[in-house]
Write a protein of this length. Structure first.
Length: 392
């Protein structure tokens, strides 16, 4: 086969392959793409986005006729972003170089793009009609990680996909440009799905088969715990604000009510609520307040990530945004005043033993107010940085 099969001057489809030391399997993948280019009625260009390979991957790619794009920024997402930026075709397909995805399935993706879909997501899981060959996917990914994150993306973001982590997918370049992708790591895959759902893009799944990773000389680049944790953090940042706002508001309300009950020494069937009850209530108030602030940060982070075009602030968010410093100062002064009152009482006793039943009822609200003051300051500083980033 001619090597220029992978270098069409006016390609219909650009195939992007992220690459980091893939000499074991890269040639097999490129040979399959040559078969596709020879047998199908659409033209192809193949871009190998090399992320700093130390083996013969670059030489293999060039020998096969693929175009090599060197991407200095490290990361799966960075390699793809760098490769896609060089694509000439209106349609793009991305897939890994480890021979776990069969590039002979490329035509089914191209067909869906021609039908007018913005994103064509591969699905390896049986739930979406896919197939996983023996030992092709670790059990923790197949039965825990992937189903968990897929359920989140379906419930939180209303995405139709059944395999959020599938790395073989196709999309139009116009759609991709509109996403303004940010993530340079493994979160790139989930960022695309979430943004596609937010933008109401036309998304369709195609079932594919996942084969055992063909690499011999090094293990998979994916790290289950590390990348799973990073993905979860990204999901929480992108999550609907009600995920934090509603529970946080409930916790604060309960905390205030329970604190009032404890302050009055209310008794019920020989059960007395006092200072220790107020201590537990204080934890609810502080944690709830932090969750509410987190919901506001998520709103602004969603703007920065391009997940939403704009959002309206609720009354509490508007109050903190405009008067946060004043609120923080009021919290701090009230808290210190309560502590000062107890300190003076302690001084009158020549720093002897205090009546904890009564003083706790003052010390705990004071500590809570001071904590809320610092939480508010930290929120204001971080939120100000996000807003600066948004408007750059």
């Amino acid at each position: 086969m001619k090597p220029d099969l992978l270098k069409a001057q006016n390609p219909n489809l650009s195939v992007i392959i992220p690459c980091l030391n893939e000499e074991d399997t890269l040639e097999v993948c490129l040979d399959k793409l040559k078969t596709v280019a020879k047998n199908e009625d659409f033209s192809v260009e193949v871009i190998v986005a090399d992320n700093g390979s130390k083996d013969s991957s670059v030489q293999i790619a060039k020998r096969a006729g693929a175009r090599v794009v060197n991407v200095e920024t490290k990361g799966y997402g960075a390699a793809l972003i760098g490769g896609i930026s060089e694509a000439k075709a209106p349609f793009i397909l991305m897939a890994d170089a480890d021979d776990s995805y069969d590039f002979l399935e490329t035509p089914k993706f191209f067909q869906k793009l021609q039908e007018g879909y913005d994103l064509v997501q591969g699905c390896r899981l049986p739930k979406g009609g896919g197939k996983i060959e023996k030992n092709a996917m670790p059990w923790s990914h197949r039965y825990i990680g992937n189903p968990f994150f897929t359920s989140l993306v379906r419930s939180w973001f209303k995405s139709p996909v059944n395999d959020v982590y599938c790395g073989m997918r196709a999309f139009t370049k116009e759609f991709y440009i509109g996403l303004k992708m940010k993530c340079t790591g493994m979160e790139f895959a989930t960022e695309m799905i979430i943004k596609a759902a937010h933008s109401n893009s036309k998304t369709v799944q195609v079932p594919i088969t996942l084969y055992k990773d063909g690499r011999i000389q090094h293990p998979p680049h994916l790290r289950t715990i590390r990348d799973g944790w990073k993905t979860l953090c990204f999901f929480l940042i992108c999550a609907p604000s009600k995920l934090f706002l509603v529970p946080g508001s409930i916790m604060m309300t309960l905390g205030l009510l329970i604190s009032c009950v404890g302050y009055t020494d209310f008794s019920l069937n020989h059960i007395t609520f006092g200072g220790h009850t107020m201590l537990g209530a204080s934890l609810l108030i502080m944690s709830g307040f932090q969750a509410v602030l987190m919901s506001f940060l998520c709103n602004n982070l969603s703007l920065k990530l391009g997940l939403t075009a704009s959002h309206e602030e609720n009354l509490f968010q508007h109050l903190i945004s405009k008067n946060g410093l004043k609120m923080s100062l009021i919290f701090f002064v009230l808290g210190i005043s309560l502590w000062t009152n107890v300190f003076l009482e302690w001084k009158q006793l020549y720093f002897g033993a205090l009546d904890y039943a009564s003083t706790l009822k003052i010390v705990i609200p004071g500590a809570t107010l001071i904590s809320l003051s610092f939480e508010t300051i930290i929120f204001i500083l971080f939120n100000s940085w996000i807003k600066i980033e948004i408007h750059q």
